[in-house]
Design a binder for this molecule. Structure first.
Ligand code: PNS
Length: 164
């Protein structure tokens, strides 16, 4: 049987424990998983693409069948270039569903051969998002239990180096 290659796309600004949980789950379901960072988002990111890729590589180094890449333009075009069959996305709560459904159906319209597969992260991460992590950190709250240690360190570095 052909090997399954899945793409897990996102902004990952920065990667949270919820993302990492999903990557670990995806790595057990698919033969190979590419975590793909979008390089041209509308929103202004806190971390550069290079910083996000470095953090993703550091926290996924122990997972044999996971690699990290970047993409620009349409996700379906990138996925087809890579020869992927699956787009992996996480659904944390009902509020994610509408946005994710719209994206999945639009991607299917653009490329009917690609399937979107949703996985749920552990219940303990259902409220964790990159946006809230940044907000909490910027207001000097602790995010130690929400992100991998390397991300916490990079957040400290980014915020302190900004202020100096
Ligand atoms: O983590 P995010 O920011 O929710 O990820 C959104 C992402 C990167 C998956 C989405 O914005 C995307 O796929 N962008 C690439 C451009 C594209 O293909 N747009 C059409 C989506 S239907």
């Amino acid at each position: 049987m052909a090997e399954t290659l899945a793409i897990y796309p996102g902004s990952f600004d920065p990667i949270t424990n919820g993302h990492l949980d999903l990557i670990e789950r995806g790595s057990r379901v698919f033969d190979h998983l590419i975590v793909a960072v979008l390089t041209n988002p509308d929103k202004e990111p806190l971390f550069t693409v290079e910083e996000r890729v470095a953090m993703l590589r550091a926290v996924t180094a122990h997972i044999r069948n996971v690699s990290v890449d970047t993409f620009s333009g349409l996700l379906v075009d990138y996925a087809m270039r890579k020869g992927a069959q699956i787009i992996l996305r996480g659904i944390r709560a009902f509020t994610d569903y509408e946005y994710e459904l719209q994206m999945a159906l639009m991607n299917r319209k653009l490329e009917p051969h690609l399937e979107t597969v949703f996985l749920m992260p552990a219940e303990s991460y259902t409220y964790v998002s990159s946006r809230l992590v940044k907000e909490i950190f910027l207001h000097r709250g602790s995010v130690k239990e929400l992100v991998p240690p390397v991300v916490d360190e990079q957040l400290q570095h980014k915020v302190f180096s900004r202020k100096s």
